[in-house]
Design a binder for this molecule. Structure first.
Ligand code: BEZ
Ligand code: FE
Length: 293
């Protein structure tokens, strides 16, 4: 790629490959080698196009650019095996939900996906139907039940329902090792021929995402709170069906319309009903509708 400009003030226009404000996108994208895989070439060319347009649109100052570099540096520095600040950044900017939406378009009636979040742990214990996942004895007990079905209403046998939630104080077990019992508020349930599931957990509570780092500071500067409305997480997998990553939300939560990671969908707000009798004061029925692969 070359550009035309007047050399040394003379009237002679020559083609040069140098960077100019006007030709910035072309200057960078023209450096791409001939053997770059087509998808990588497309994604990077699009990134440069939109990134340069953004810089021009807001007329980014040198100080703002330095601030952004410092912010991204701090975002990386706080990351560890237990902390992924870049995912929190993606979540709070709505990018995680957008990627999820684009890649999980489903027919009407199918259960919708939502954000996975950082607190899932592989290898939770498989429990018997009806078992209780709350091991710390805190919180209001709630019976969760329903069916895993296909889009025609047929039961799905052998579906693995991996569930996890925070405890009554708004923390996942992995946030409080040594304080909460291991696998507190987690378990895996496998459906039989009737597709039914049931387990006892607690009525979850709303909680702030980790906000003691750069993302928390960003939220503060933008006048945003760090809270997620109360929810139960589900990862539902079954042979022949698309993986379902979702939550059910407690309908009367004050943060339902301002979830800091934009995870709420109307179809995922579940009934949480007071029970008249029985050991659990709450009951939350919900069916999961899977789509074929
Ligand atoms: C969660 O629901 O566990 C979660 C999701 C996104 C960011 C932080 C937490
Ligand atoms: Fe969560």
């Amino acid at each position: 790629m070359t550009q035309t400009f007047a050399k040394g003030g003379s009237a002679t226009a020559v083609n040069v490959p140098y960077f100019t404000e006007e030709g910035s996108v072309e200057a960078v994208n023209a450096r791409m080698g001939p053997d770059v895989p087509p998808r990588l070439a497309d994604v990077m060319a699009g990134l440069i196009k939109h990134l340069h347009a953004f810089v021009k649109d807001v007329h980014l100052t040198q100080e703002e650019w330095e601030y952004a570099i410092d912010f991204l540096t701090k975002t990386g520095q706080i990351c560890s095996g237990e902390r992924q600040e870049f995912i929190l950044l993606s979540d709070t900017l709505g990018v995680s939900m957008l990627v999820d939406a684009i890649n999980n378009r489903r027919p009407p009636g199918a259960t919708e996906n939502t954000v996975f979040g950082p607190f899932h742990v592989e290898g939770a214990p498989e429990r018997a139907m009806g078992d209780c996942i709350s091991l710390d004895g805190k919180g209001e007990r709630c019976l969760y039940d329903g069916r895993v079905i296909d889009i025609h209403g047929n039961p799905v046998q052998g579906a693995r329902i991996d569930v996890w939630s925070d405890n009554d104080e708004g923390f996942y077990d992995v946030q409080q090792p040594g304080i909460q019992p291991k696998w507190n508020n987690r378990g895996i349930f496998v459906t039989g021929a009737d597709g039914k599931y049931s387990f006892v957990g607690i009525k979850p509570v709303s909680y702030p995402i980790p906000d003691d780092g750069p993302v928390g500071q960003m939220l503060g500067h933008l006048g945003r709170h760090p809270y997620r409305p109360a929810h139960m997480h589900y990862l539902v997998t079954a042979p022949g069906f698309q993986k379902l990553v979702t939550h059910t939300f407690v309908g009367d939560d004050p943060y339902l319309e301002s979830d800091t990671v934009f995870g709420v969908k109307a179809t995922l707000v579940a009934p949480f009903e007071r029970t008249a009798e029985g050991p659990e004061p709450w009951h939350s029925p919900f069916d999961f509708v899977l789509v074929p692969e």
